[in-house]
Design a protein around this ligand. Structure first.
Ligand code: 6R9
Length: 647
């Protein structure tokens, strides 16, 4: 984002006060909750813990030995029990838990009773394959109900799951399986994507070459195309389910037992396994889901994220199901078979709450208003966004054309690491400003600080930190506590560093400015520059690569790379496309660079650090900033002449 855009954001002075009609029915109606929670933060979270069913009550809210936290010490519970079993002893057992819409229009509805049966049976399947409490299970599935069933079955047995987004490549899958030392992999024959089939099972087979830890692969039959099944290792989901018994006791878990590991990009090439535990995580996501989305018993709640991301974990599966919500799960993309697919689904199921990403909203803006106008979307009563900063124009468009100027918008800021929403309006209480995620959720303490960790005055910018531990915070990086400490706790002592830059305005509202570390946010997905660079350098002809995020009107940021080839290599036509394809196959198509610029040298400081800031200036067609530390200025002249005018 440029300084001018930034300033424009901060001069944004439109604001929206919650409508009386909404406030008077809202789950939270008084702003007193903010002061109550900050006056007694631990008391506030202790009270929220009552939302869950505990097998044994906890004895202490928080045990904080910085930077290691334990929440709800000694408490015992089970996440799957909270999401499924406990809804069965009321009329809710016949309520729709999951409404599934397939890409091709096929649909399925699972009531809570159905979900209970499927989860219990699948937990028995996993047991029969040798899974017991503590074993890791990797899940590589499309957006189908079996993804949620598999996650909950793991939780039922106390086996931490590691869900890998279906768009990741075989190699990314392999790295993550090895890091977690998973015993079982759950996948599907394939997934549908815009009418084509993504060969998940074939990817999985490639990923498993040379991998010893995986003993069994369970394969869901989704697309029906032919796949190879390895005798003794691979089993079909439907075959195993047919034989499985219905009753499966839930494992009693400690509040601090691991619920799941979720890999996310960081500043080095190796993805981090973010560890979330059971008690605090469940309290955090259940509370925020209820209040932020103002959940009512008859809502049809649709979060368009994929379960492969944290948003899918917290706000498709764990939060909503623990709250007994009806969730909609959609397999496909917004433009298949037509550009009104989302609005068609909203009309078909009378969806009341929609939670999506700014990149999707910008895409809808580009397509024009005729698509939402062609469908009846008047059932909507609340809208949410997540994943990246939302431009005020996109916010206004969402408000007008999707929300019919009547739905509150909740812009929710949070991260894989925070587990739960951290900054957001409370829709019945908090005034909103387009482009700002407003203020911290009650019981959360967020601040903008300077390099030394001192709070900056209102109206200024700096680094976004979290001052105090919160229930759903990550507990560590899987098998790498040093990395946990170094990444999050080294910069600002006992404050968690988010990696984001932010400003806060005179009202104390937060305006997120994007990452200040080496992470690129493409359509709300985090991609580490180091991951892309390693993939490029892995290509035999490449000598060196530097990768940056360039502003992009729809995706927020696009991956742009600068590459030097090895001495004496003549590049031929098609080389750049070949390299782009190489990155896709190494990491996954989400990391495919938009542009690759070939250059004889990369601009470096005298100490040899690549000056990414300058590369960004070149890619975005800006005047170059300070170049005094550059070792060889001729490199820049070359790059500017060759690529500088393109943007
Ligand atoms: C939930 C999720 C986290 C990063 C985060 C920030 C960006 C997320 C945002 C937002 C501005 C919002 N981000 N929500 N920026 N406004 N409402 O997206 O987790 O994939 O780990 O990404 O996304 O930069 O640090 P994750």
């Amino acid at each position: 984002m440029t300084e001018t855009q930034l300033e424009a954001l901060l001069y944004e002075n439109r604001h929206f006060t919650p409508a009386e009609e909404f406030s008077s029915q809202a789950n939270v109606q008084s702003s007193d909750i903010y002061t109550e929670a900050s006056d007694d933060r631990l008391g506030f979270w202790a009270k929220q813990s009552e939302r869950l069913t505990w097998f044994k009550p906890w004895t202490q809210v928080l045990d904080w030995k910085p930077p290691f936290a334990q929440w709800f010490v000694d408490g015992k519970l089970n996440a799957a029990y909270n999401c499924v079993d406990r809804h069965l002893n009321s009329w809710r057992r016949n309520k729709a838990a999951i409404i599934f819409e397939g890409e091709g229009g096929d649909s399925r509805v699972l009531t809570y009773q159905d979900l209970y049966r499927e989860v219990s049976k699948f937990a028995n399947v996993l047991k029969s394959l040798g899974i017991k409490k503590g074993d890791r299970v990797t899940i590589y599935l499309p957006m189908i109900p079996e993804a949620a069933i598999a996650m909950l079955a793991c939780a039922r047995l106390g086996a931490p799951h590691s869900v890998i987004f279906g768009g990741f490549s075989a190699e990314s899958l392999k790295d993550r399986i090895l890091d977690a030392q998973a015993k079982v992999l759950i996948t599907a024959d394939g997934s549908f994507r815009k009418g084509n089939i993504v060969p998940l099972k074939a990817n999985a087979d490639n990923a498993l070459q040379g991998v010893d830890c995986i003993e069994h692969v369970v394969v869901v039959n989704r697309t029906g195309h032919k796949v190879t099944m390895l005798e003794g290792r691979d089993v079909w989901y439907h075959d195993a389910m047919q034989k499985a018994a219905m009753a499966c006791p839930v494992e009693t878990m400690d509040a601090e037992d691991i619920l799941f590991i979720l890999y996310t990009s960081g500043t080095t090439g190796k993805p981090k396994g973010v560890v979330h535990t059971t008690g605090g995580y469940m309290v955090g996501v259940t509370t925020t889901h209820d209040w932020v989305f103002d959940l009512k018993e008859d809502d049809v709640y649709w979060c368009t994220a994929d379960v492969g991301w944290i948003t899918g974990h917290s706000y498709i599966v764990y939060g909503p199901l623990a709250n007994g919500a009806t969730i909609l799960m959609y397999e496909g993309t917004p433009d298949y078979p037509a550009k009104d697919r989302y609005w068609e689904i909203i009309e078909k199921y009378s969806v009341t709450i929609l939670y999506t990403a700014p990149t999707a909203i910008r895409t809808f803006m580009k397509w024009g208003t005729s698509y939402p106008e062609g469908r009846n979307i008047s059932s909507l009563r609340l809208l949410g966004t997540v994943g990246e900063p939302i431009n005020p124009e996109a916010w206004m468009w969402y408000h007008k054309h999707i929300g019919g100027e009547r739905c509150p918008i909740v812009d929710t800021w949070w991260q894989t690491e925070t587990g739960m929403i951290m900054m957001t309006p409370l829709p019945g209480v908090t005034k909103t400003k387009p482009g700002s995620c407003t203020i911290p959720f009650p019981g959360i303490n967020v601040e903008v600080v300077d390099q030394s960790g001192n709070s900056v005055p209102k109206g200024s910018g700096g680094f976004l930190v979290i001052r105090e531990p919160w229930p759903a915070m990550l507990r560590t990086v899987y098998n790498d506590p040093d990395r946990y400490i170094k990444t999050y706790w080294n910069n600002f002592e006992e404050n968690y560093f988010t990696g984001d830059g932010a400003k806060w305005d005179d009202d104390g509202y937060f305006w997120l400015l994007g990452r200040v570390d080496d992470v690129i946010n493409v359509s709300g997905h985090r991609i580490g520059t180091a991951e892309v660079e390693s993939a490029l350098v892995d290509y035999p002809l490449v000598a060196e690569a530097a990768c940056i995020g360039k502003d992009h009107a729809v995706k927020g940021q696009a991956v742009v790379c600068f590459v030097t080839v090895k001495e004496g290599i003549e590049v031929i036509d098609g080389f750049v496309d070949e390299l782009k394809g190489h990155v896709s196959s190494k990491i996954g198509s989400i990391a495919r660079p938009d542009d690759i610029y070939l250059t004889a040298e990369l601009p470096k400081t005298r100490s040899g650090k690549i000056m990414r800031r300058l590369l960004r200036d070149i890619a975005e067609g800006r005047a170059l900033g300070d170049v005094s530390t550059l070792a060889d200025a001729a490199v820049l002249d070359f790059l500017k002449r060759k690529y500088g005018d393109e943007s």
